[in-house]
Write a protein that binds this ligand. Sequence first.
Ligand code: N01
Length: 536
Amino acid sequence: MNASEVPATVDAVVIGAGVSGLYMIYSLRELGLSTLALEAGTDVGGTWFWNRYPGARCDSESWCYAYTFDKSLEQEWDWSCRYPEQPEILAYLNHVADRFDLRSSIRFQTRVESAVLDEATGTWTVRTDGGDEVRARYLVTAVGCLSAAQVPAVDGLDRFTGDCYHTGSWPHEGVDLTGKRVAVVGTGSSGMQTIPVIAEQAAQLTVLQRTPNFAIPARNYVLGERRASEIKGSIGQIRDFTRHSFAGFPFDLREGNLLDIDPDVAREQFEEAWEAGGFELVFAGYGDVLVDEKANAVVADFVREKIAEVVDDPETVARLQPRDYPIGTKRVVLDTNYFETYNRDNVELVSLREEPLHEVTATGIRVGAREIEVDAIVFATGFDGLTGALGKIDIKGRGGERLKEKWAAGPRTYLGVASAGFPNMFMITGPGSPSVMSNMPVSIEQHVEWIRDCIGHLEEVGAAGIEATRTAEDGWVEHVNETAAATLFPKANSWYMGANVPGKPRVFMPYLGGVGPYRQHCAEVAERGYEGFSVV
Ligand code: N01
């Protein structure tokens, strides 16, 4: 089933049918509101619908990368392993859509082009690429933080006669790279996941690296019946823990500071974390690692040493060891055989710092003083994060103010969920909320439930609308900036800072105050009658 007709009026429009959109539909329906979700893709899944590149997988533990709103759903779904691959997560999201009959509220293959506030009625008119218009009292953006793919403007790209792909919009029918000469541009999470898999298929793989990245072994494993049943038995405790943890994971920071610990003891702990795999080495490390450069260097040195142990060629080791930003301040990657891949005969690492990328030719890529002939180029060059997808929609609020213009010098939100001048518009995991600094489903559920309760309150008291005040927003933006400034994060040219998009303002966009404290703060705002909002 599909909401094939766009009705003239609904209570709420949701933009997107990924992890956040699906749960928002469910929650708005719980309130008894008529809800229409508009989704550009042909099916549900959002990030997991588009990112089908070889090796795409989750790097949160599967049992925490799932909805928690329905206890029987938690018990009935069986994850195969610790870090499932994209098809399994997409199958899960399809299962959720079917189980709760969510598709009947979704209009697929429909991209939202604009959303315009009618101040007189306090309603939003949402226009689609098909020319349909729908009017709604509530507008909820569930557009994802990483959904606007970025392909760099490399000279000559239009002349290339081979095949070109971006990891974030991978062909659904799959791509056979067997026996091909392939170049991968980019060594972030997507690049580091796909490089080892492409290396196994391709005749020759050239990796074009601008900035080396820190990675920790994922050490994925099959769950097995015993472990799966243990997890299901304790899922309630796990759920409570993640919700109140710092980053939404089933582990938290250690007590104390690394620099106060005996170096031998610390080393032993690092070795254990390395062997166990996963994010614990950095995110369950000591609090000073992400705020104190000396403490950070201890962990960074450890990971650099590990890279040197794995990779045979010393020149390649030197190119792969990140040196110019603190570990953790660009997204740490959980890898499977990434560094090992550089020991293969068919893989070459090109550092674009030594051999700059000049242009793409008809048959290859010109770097430094040479041309590398390739049959296919894979851009693993990331996204216009956090604001890119919202910026593609022409959102006009009070007085015709455009959200994009309001955010020209960086996003301005209250709690990352609302923006002054845009009444009755809610952003799920918007900039200024923990979002990408956390295990996403945990933050998504918190936002969806907060928005649901807020809308439920408005309906109950018969309010016409809600809007963040400029004062509350200014205070929140300042708090978000101060929190980031107290850490090492602004020291890296990361997409968190907008550094990967030419011309984008350098502002640290997510909120670093932690998932648990943020949840508590949002709950208190609601308890105090939606403090910082005007309810009319
Ligand atoms: O994108 P990225 P991504 N010329 O921006 C390089 C999530 N995710 O798709 O570092 C040459 O991280 C760029 O270089 P530099 C996760 O949150 C999660 O990999 O900017 N190179 C970098 O190496 C992640 O952080 C999973 O110097 C250029 C790479 O391309 C986020 O998505 C899996 C370039 C881009 O890395 C984005 O990850 C995948 C240019 N002009 C993604 N422009 C999970 O495991 C960019 N680069 C859940």
